[in-house]
Design a protein around this ligand. Structure first.
Ligand code: 6PG
Length: 243
């Protein structure tokens, strides 16, 4: 694992730096392999990044978009990660609809939706049994509680190692989420973190020892690059020996 930690002066600089790195990774993947795969984070932090991506002139037909997790709501629901990214970016540019791979949320049984999305990933990446896909970029955030994607503290999803996609649980509300092993197979994982509310969780995530069950973002130790992009408000107090 190659871990890079950058603390940017403010949120705007954080978003601009994130944009630069995402563009570099997407363009590099297209140059090397003819196409790029990216999994998006939900929540509020990445929205301005998606709005910036909508201003770029990229070969959208060579980029495939997935999500690292999804709330179990329709895409037109205000909480939908798919809806947020479509409004901020995907609907603003000429993305072929076949290149957008949302997590399904229509089945009354979230476990069935997780299995359905797993099957879609296996088919798209042409995987052998037991094989994990290598996304070019996976974007992540962290919650104030140290969760990432929909891998919440002390939930069963943290212990799923033989699947690509599973059911997350936020205070009893179902989510669909990439598993930690799937995320850890990515070529580049980018955490984009903003605001003072994230500091206590960051201290635990960066601490030499802490409980991954309590701070699931600690589970993210990718075989590729691990980028922590923080604004000053979030990253100010990180001790250099933890970085
Ligand atoms: C989600 C996200 C989640 C998010 C963090 C941070 O579906 O909510 O995937 O993991 O990244 O909760 O959210 P904010 O960016 O809103 O702080």
């Amino acid at each position: 694992m190659n871990k890079i930690v950058e603390v940017l002066p403010d949120k705007e600089a954080l978003i601009q730096r994130s944009l630069t790195i995402v563009l570099e990774k997407l363009q590099g993947a297209i140059a090397d392999r003819g196409h790029a795969t990216i999994a998006l984070a939900g929540g509020s932090t990445p929205k301005p990044l998606y709005q910036q991506l909508a201003t770029q002139a990229l070969p959208w037909e060579s980029i495939h978009v997935f999500w690292g997790d999804e709330r179990y709501v329709p895409s037109d629901h205000p909480d939908s990660n798919e809806g947020m990214a479509r409004h901020a970016w995907l609907d603003q540019v000429a993305f072929p609809s076949a290149n957008i791979h949302p997590m399904p949320t229509a089945n009354p049984d979230p476990a069935a939706s997780a299995s359905q999305h797993e099957a879609e990933l296996r088919q798209f990446f042409q995987l052998q049994a037991g094989e994990f896909p290598r996304f070019d970029v996976i974007l992540l955030g962290i919650g104030d509680d140290g969760h990432t994607a929909s891998l919440f503290p002390h939930t069963d999803a943290l212990r799923v190692h033989d699947r690509l996609v599973t059911v997350g649980n936020k205070d009893g509300q179902p989510r669909i989420t990439f598993t930690a092993p799937l995320i850890n197979h990515a070529r580049s994982v980018l955490f984009i973190v903003s605001g003072t509310s994230k500091r206590p969780a960051l201290d635990q995530i960066f601490a030499p020892t802490a409980d991954s069950d309590s701070f699931p973002a600690r589970l993210i130790q990718p075989m590729g690059e691990l980028w922590w992009l923080l604004d000053q408000a979030a990253g100010q107090d990180l001790k250099s020996d933890d970085i």
